[in-house]
Design a protein around this ligand. Structure first.
Ligand code: CA
Length: 237
């Protein structure tokens, strides 16, 4: 396997160097660019495997960079991990809805950032393989989601879910560890003739967690943003 290439879009040299240090320690190749417009041009010429994108940039802001990259078919699939300042939840929500894959909040722990970067790279590698079987196994096989038959199995026991509950779980489980906003969940479940509002999502999630029993922790609330699927749910009594 060739070295994964990380494009670091960050105008603060200290932070850019810190990210580079951790990426290279994990065997990734890096390139740093300190301005948004330059970043877009660079990605179009030479696509990296993942982009770590600061939202506060001197020229074209990170959100606009993300919007532009997600518009072009050639750059759309490149995963983006956003770096945001504290208290910018609305930017995070906007970015995720534009197609960014995940985010960290400054000041971030390098360990957390690298976990996010590895997760998006893993996910990308998974997507590039063509699935023969649509069934998804999660949590070491304890949870099996079968979208063709529309059933789930928990620890070998088949469990009935409503159409909406199934849609929410199926959507979140496709990208473990990645945050989904309520609007994204609504859009994903919508095609199934279900009318959902932000508020009713929470009600469905509560019902879904009840049915998930000991695995209920796999549907995690991300305060102020939405939900995410957790591969290592904390056992609840
Ligand atoms: Ca910055």
């Amino acid at each position: 396997m060739t070295k994964p290439q990380v494009l670091i879009v960050e105008d603060e040299p200290d932070i850019a160097d810190l990210i580079r240090f951790h990426c290279e320690r994990e065997g990734m190749g890096t390139e740093i660019v300190g301005a948004g417009k330059l970043a877009v041009d660079l990605v179009k010429k030479n696509a990296p495997d993942v982009i770590v994108l600061d939202l506060m940039l001197p020229d074209v802001g990170g959100l606009e960079v993300c919007r532009r990259l997600k518009q072009w078919p050639e750059t759309r699939e490149i995963p983006v991990v956003m770096v945001t300042a504290k208290g910018e939840e609305s930017d995070v929500v906007t970015g995720l809805e534009m197609g960014a894959d995940d985010y960290v909040v400054k000041p971030f722990s390098p360990r957390v950032l690298m976990a996010r970067v590895r997760a998006v790279l893993r996910r990308r590698a998974e997507l590039q393989q063509i699935p023969v079987d649509n069934r998804m196994e999660r949590i070491d096989g304890r949870l099996v989601i079968d979208p063709d038959r529309h059933v789930i199995t928990i620890d070998g026991q088949q469990t009935d879910l409503t159409v909406t509950e199934f849609g929410i779980l199926n959507h979140l489980a496709q990208r473990p560890g990645f945050v989904r906003t309520r609007d994204q969940i609504i859009a994903a479940v919508h095609g199934r003739n279900v009318v959902l509002s932000s508020r009713t999502i929470d009600v469905h999630v509560t019902a879904l967690r009840k049915k998930l029993g000991g695995l209920s922790g796999c549907v995690e609330t991300v305060r102020g943003i939405g939900y995410r699927f957790c591969e290592t749910p904390v056992a609840v009594g």
